[in-house]
Design a protein around this ligand. Sequence first.
Ligand code: NDP
Length: 283
Amino acid sequence: TKKKDIINGFHCICFFECVDFVLESLKGARVLVTGASSGIGEQMAYHYARFGAQIVITARREKVLQQVAEKCLSLGAQKALHIAADMANESDPERVVDFALEKLGGLDYLVLNHIGPTTFGMWEGDVEHTRWLMKVNFFSYIQMAWRALPSLEQSKGSLVVVSSVLGKMTNPFTLPYSSTKFALSGFFGSLYHELAMKKSNVSISVCTLGLIDTDSAMDKVRGITKVPAYPATEAALNIIIAGATRQLDLYYPWFTQVITLIKDWSPSGGVTLDRSPVCRRAT
Ligand code: NDP
């Protein structure tokens, strides 16, 4: 056992040294992070800043973005620029990518993370809201990815897509959101194959997250689920590592992968919510 521990320990050290090495390469890297005015996107901006990256951040609230950008500079970002945009607008996704390409002279990382606000509750037939959410959470992602691909190809860059366990398994109360995340899995999973067929230089990382303790998520699930929420700053760092190490899939926390693997074997389809009164009404 001792020998095995030593070998495992050695592998761990090698892994962490390798990650350290890759993260050091983020110094000066040209990064665009969406949805960076709050939550996981904001934490990613701060991590990239600490690694000395050149960052463009975007979201709708200009004043908040400005504060995040200032903090990024104080943390060590080589550049921190912001651009306000609403991803529901047809032309904004491309406008944001063009801004980043112009200001940074190209892109090494495109981190797609933003989501539009949505309700947590039973589906009441609001097709218009679902259509709008698809624009924000899905169509803007594919527009931005397509616009940035030539530059990422040149830089051997990475496309990082932040998704959810709700994009891999079905659950009540989040139908529009879940649909947008399933669409992302389908699109970027398939794009991965096409890029491989073309022997592309661009890596794709699809990040499947469980419950993370951002204000917006906590506001929705408070009193409804006992599923533990994991820290946004740690989720953010894991996403950055997945992109930097060109990992195809990230599952954070780790057991979200187990949940997605066993979902097809469980009679309930792997529903993770507890049996709170709200959930009982739905079953
Ligand atoms: P937040 O709600 O904290 O942040 C969402 C971000 O998107 C904000 O910066 C917001 O800024 C921006 N945004 C909202 N609407 C628009 C719009 N129309 N156009 C442009 N930007 C917009 O989300 P989280 O940090 O919790 O989630 C981040 C990612 O992680 C998402 O992809 C989410 O699906 C995923 N995830 C999160 C989980 C969690 O439990 N938190 C669990 C699983 C996945 P502004 O209002 O200024 O526009």
